[in-house]
Design a protein around this ligand. Structure first.
Ligand code: SDX
Length: 380
């Protein structure tokens, strides 16, 4: 048994593949998709255009974009069996569990098989990206005991997401907030859920399975699940005056403060900067200033204690109050993240499988080497 390998717990710092999709500079606080800074895309682009960019490599021209929008609009409608599945089974567990099962059902429904070409897998991936808001919105409606709202033609991805979620068309501002959230969550290097998707597609499995793996991995509180827990924590702390002591106590107990810290960013997450400004403006208009002030006091308490160790707010700290303002309850925050991240999972899985190499790392064995004598059960 060879014992010649250094262990990289959590694959920290290990480069496992090449990608042209996007990159995170954790020391400069810079996030790029295909060379475009995230701030540039937020200012000028839309989630549909960003999805095209991530999956196809370049921004679309007019013709390519209208063709892409047609694919997205045709793809948004959910198959009847999936609607029945959501209607029957959603609403009892966490919405992320519902979402994971729903995308899995989509795989059976679309007769996914492993003998498809990468381009065919890409088409299935685009159909998943198109359907994610419809699935997430249907799960949310089911959770609230309301009827499922089918998509409306002529609306953008973000507008339709909110229309299917709330049953009415959003204002321009609400749609812009939604679109921005979708853009900034779409891709983020070799994060755990994207890596999961790559491992799955590397076995030549299929795109629905890759996305299902991504959803399963995003669910955890150390990853996408942190957004829901962060807002719960902010609300529990309740006022800015409580923040310093609450954070001091949490750190003394070695609790993790949700929405802070990052494996790659050792400076302020650029997405958190964008979300913080949205949160500030939304809460001041909606009379929820106290919530924002509490969050800001938590941030101050954390940075004063942990900033010198490179721990700052991440994407999950301020997103919850933004999502809440556009009609989503706490348990839907991670499903929204998943809907957006489906573009990254699909883009990177498609890129990877074109030049595929099965993921198969090794583990250092630390158990008994033996050979041990087998003792029959009645003598143990
Ligand atoms: C996302 O990878 C991506 O790109 C992910 C993501 C994406 O877009 O895909 O950006 C989305 O997942 C954001 C992260 C959401 N998770 C949380 O907010 C959960 C809280 N954060 C942490 O648990 C932590 O910061 C991680 C898991 C995010 C990353 O941490 P690492 O690299 O695994 O670091 P670590 O847990 O080993 O921490 C190092 C030290 C520890 O202290 P010591 O044992 O050395 O004394 O820093 C401390 C930790 O206890 N620490 C924290 C902390 N984060 C790190 N202490 C309290 N609260 C925190 N949030």
């Amino acid at each position: 048994m060879p014992d010649d390998q250094e262990i990289h717990r959590g694959l920290e710092g290990v480069i496992v593949s090449e990608s042209k999709v996007g990159s995170v500079d954790g020391l400069k606080g810079r996030l790029i998709y295909r060379g475009y800074d995230i701030e540039t895309l937020v200012k000028n682009s839309t989630y549909e255009e960003v999805s095209f960019l991530l999956v196809n490599g370049e921004l679309p021209n007019k013709g390519q974009f209208s063709e892409f929008l047609k694919v997205m609009n045709d793809g948004i409608k959910l198959p009847e069996k999936l609607v029945s599945f959501i209607d029957r089974y959603a609403g009892y567990s966490h919405p992320m569990a519902d979402l994971r099962s729903a995308v899995s059902v989509l795989g059976s429904e679309e007769h996914e098989s492993s003998d498809l070409t990468p381009d065919q897998q890409k088409d299935i991936g685009l159909s998943i990206i198109a359907k994610m808001p419809a699935i997430v919105a249907a799960i949310k409606r089911k959770w609230e005991g309301k009827n499922i709202v089918p998509p409306k033609s002529g609306l953008s991805y973000a507008q339709n997401f909110l229309y299917m979620t709330n049953g009415s068309e959003p204002s321009r501002d609400e749609a812009k907030v939604m679109d921005t959230c979708l853009i900034i969550h779409a891709d983020h290097g070799s994060n755990a859920s994207t890596f999961s998707s790559l491992v799955t597609i590397s076995t030549l499995s299929d795109m629905c399975s890759a996305v299902t793996s991504g959803i399963s991995t995003l669910k955890g509180p150390l990853h996408g699940g942190a957004n829901e827990m962060a807002l719960k924590m902010i609300k529990k702390i309740g006022t800015p005056d409580n923040a310093d002591k609450a954070i001091g106590d949490m750190l003394a107990r070695k609790d993790k403060v949700m929405g802070f810290g990052h494996r790659v960013y050792k400076v302020y997450d650029p997405r958190a900067k964008i979300l913080k400004e949205f949160a500030r403006s939304i809460t001041s208009k909606s009379g929820k200033q106290n919530l924002f002030d509490t969050a800001e006091a938590i941030e101050k308490a954390m940075i004063s204690r942990m900033g010198d160790r490179g721990i700052f707010p991440n994407v999950d700290f301020y997103s919850g109050m933004v999502y809440e303002s556009i009609g989503f309850p706490e348990n839907m925050f991670t499903p929204i993240f998943a809907a957006s991240r489906s573009s990254g999972w699909v883009a990177r899985s498609f890129e990877y499988v074109k030049d595929n190499r099965l993921f198969r790392p090794r583990t250092k064995y630390t158990g008994e080497v033996g050979p041990r004598e087998y003792i029959p059960m009645d003598r143990r």
